[in-house]
Design a protein around this ligand. Structure first.
Ligand code: SF4
Length: 408
């Protein structure tokens, strides 16, 4: 019988790995605070958790499938194309399980990494998906592929594939170097699509595009400014006549809407309101988990807070966006990679608004004010509860209280 080579729905072995997932990622402290309405108070210290935080459905599923894969193929070499999710402790855990990484960082595997693979090898694709050409290389190598791409990412792929089939260029609001955005861009070439895309990071970059559409910028200048996010052979004169907007699932919702609005206005100005539908489409592809976490943070920030802590990988897009929201509203806001970034009166954190691939980390002393203090806490979609529980324990210690106080 021919061996099945492509798996997208796990191996129905969740019950076999549930105890490992609980051991590594659950937190009794977090469970207890959740039961108490997301608030914990003791001796002048108040900790408020956002109503939604931490692992999203896509990450939960990807992590589950990774554990199941190890269980299913105990004797095989197992690889992953890059970070499973943007959380260092999670990726370290996979390494402990003997899963090898074909790349680290945003670049993706070099050609030689694919060359080392053999037909018996198992390769995991991460929650944010993988570009079409990587999947094709794995198919040619006859590897077993366990694809954990999140359903919300697949929805974006469907959208850009449709744009391409209609002859629309996909304008993708995202970070051009991010794995998910690269994978999404690659989908424009599937199934007879015209393969045209342009990635814009923010409103400033969108402004270059609208300047070109309105005749205020030359094609060469646009290519110079945004060439890093253009598909090969991009011809602004031809490829910016009909555009459809989609986005990386973890962007700031408000920014995506503003990007779409600027492009829509430019198309109306250029072609007239009666023809705008022939030239412009928008489909909001921010995933509900990202949206829920952003909404819950806004709600949390309605409470008066002295300190706000956002936990999640420094290279995690959705966590960085939570950190930006927090930083704009609470002067003492800290984005920490994990609970152990809190060490007594010292906190190690990443400044809000720095690029995802920035390694900048600041050490700050005296982060916790004296006297009564109100601390807000949230976490990105790739942060396990165990990290949040650890952070709470470290906060208690910084106040001279035992970690167990949260369980009393
Ligand atoms: S952040 Fe959204 S798109 Fe990404 S894995 Fe989670 S649910 Fe899926």
């Amino acid at each position: 019988m021919t061996e099945q080579k492509y798996f997208r729905k796990g191996f129905k072995m969740r019950e076999n790995v549930q105890h490992l997932l609980d051991r590594d990622y659950r937190s009794e402290v977090v469970d207890r605070i959740r039961e108490n309405g997301n608030v914990f108070e003791t001796e002048g210290l108040t900790i408020r958790l956002a109503d939604e935080f931490g692992f999203c459905y896509g990450v939960d599923r990807a992590v589950d499938y990774a554990f199941q894969t190890r269980e299913k193929f105990p004797e095989r070499r197992i690889f992953i194309t890059g970070d499973m999710i943007h959380n260092a402790s999670m990726n370290d855990r996979l390494r402990e399980m003997g899963i090898e990484f074909l790349s680290t960082g945003f670049e993706g595997p070099p050609e030689e990494a694919f060359e080392t693979l053999a037909p018996d090898d198992v390769v995991l694709l991460p929650a944010f998906g993988a570009p079409v050409d990587w999947v094709e290389k794995l198919r040619q190598k006859e590897c077993v592929v366990v694809d954990t791409t999140c359903g919300s990412v697949l929805s974006v792929w469907k959208r850009v594939t449709r744009y391409a089939q209609k002859g629309f260029t996909s304008i993708i609001h995202g970070k051009y170097y991010h794995e998910e955005t690269k994978a999404t861009a690659s989908q424009t070439s599937r199934d007879g699509g015209n393969g045209k895309y342009l990635i814009v990071r923010n409103l400033k970059e969108t402004g270059y595009v609208t300047d070109f559409i309105l005749g205020n910028m030359a094609a060469d200048e646009l290519k110079e400014k945004l060439g890093h996010g253009m598909c090969p052979g991009f011809d602004p004169g031809k490829d910016l006549q009909r555009v459809g907007v989609a986005n990386q699932t973890t962007m700031l919702m408000s920014e995506t809407m503003a990007v779409g609005e600027e492009l829509r206005k430019a198309m109306i100005e250029r072609y007239g309101a009666e023809k705008v539908e022939e030239h412009f489409e928008l489909f909001d592809t921010i995933c509900s988990a990202t949206q829920d976490r952003q909404d819950a943070l806004f709600e949390l920030l309605e409470n008066p807070l002295d300190v706000m802590i956002v936990i999640g990988g420094y290279n995690s897009s959705n966590t960085n966006n939570l950190a930006i929201i927090a930083d704009e509203r609470v002067p003492r806001s800290y984005h920490i990679a994990s609970g152990d970034c809190i060490d007594g009166e010292i906190i190690h954190h990443k400044p809000a608004g720095t690029p995802l691939d920035s390694r900048e980390e600041i050490e700050e002393r005296g982060w916790l004010p004296e006297g009564p203090v109100r601390i807000g806490l949230t976490a990105g979609a790739s942060t396990p509860n165990s990290q949040i529980g650890l952070a709470i324990g470290r906060i208690l210690e910084a106040r001279g209280l035992p970690r167990e106080a949260a369980l009393a």
